[in-house]
Write a protein that binds this ligand. Structure first.
Ligand code: G3P
Length: 219
């Protein structure tokens, strides 16, 4: 399973990259705004800075909502760096644009997926990734993990190469559950990724090992 980090914060991206387990980055307009990145030139410079840190898979989201504009913006984003994946919202013009962009060899990530039917449409259009938002479904008392399971079943039924990128991950258990369900990718905040490291028995076990070694060594 690929690990992406869901942030536009360069320090956090570097920290995840340094851990050696990072396969990519997802951003969105809200995450860019959170880092205070505004204005076309700054946004472009920020995408380039992210691409300089990671090996591949930097999702850059279009803010256009019409077919022609999505294509224009998507092609410009794709030209920034071969690592860019153009993130397109699940709307009618978005699906049409995904079809066009994928026919031109530009990788796409269809975002704001909340139903299996939306994922199916995006796969039919040739999206490289679909991003089901499981945390936001959980927030409205709907089972986000069930969506991952349903999309996995549908994609496997027909052999769609589109990868399931589980997004809106809120904690380490979401990551583990997605792995069990066969999501191809998770994108998560750094806190959820590093939380996978933790277990109290690891900490107490290590403390005992080190204490026993020190005692046996006469230290
Ligand atoms: O990047 C898209 C998605 O992961 C957003 O997550 O936490 O805003 O629901 P969240």
């Amino acid at each position: 399973m690929k690990f992406f980090i869901d942030t536009a914060n360069l320090d956090q991206i570097k920290e995840a990259q340094d851990l050696g387990v990072l396969d990519g980055v997802t951003t969105n307009p809200s995450l860019m705004a959170k880092e205070g990145i505004t204005g076309d030139e700054n946004v472009i410079a920020h995408y380039k800075a992210i691409c300089a840190i990671v090996d591949d898979n930097v999702s850059a989201e279009v803010i256009s909502t019409t077919y022609d504009e999505i294509i224009k913006e998507g092609e410009a984003l794709a030209k920034l760096d071969p690592k860019i994946v153009v993130k397109v919202p699940m709307i009618k013009d978005g699906v049409k644009a995904i079809k066009y962009l994928s026919s031109k060899g530009i990788r796409t990530n269809c975002t704001l997926i909340f139903s299996p039917g939306q994922a199916l449409l995006a796969a039919k259009a040739g999206a490289s990734y679909v991003s089901p938002f499981l945390g936001r479904l959980d927030d409205i008392s709907t089972d986000g993990l069930q969506l991952i399971e349903d999309i996995r079943l549908i994609f496997d039924n027909y052999g769609y190469p589109t990868e399931i990128l589980a997004a809106s991950i809120r904690g380490p258990l979401h990551i583990v559950s997605c792995a069990k369900l066969g999501a191809d990718v998770i994108t998560a905040p750094l806190s959820a990724i590093t939380a996978l490291l933790k277990h109290p028995l690891t900490d107490s076990g290590l403390a005992t090992f080190l204490a026993d070694h020190a005692k046996a060594s006469g230290k």
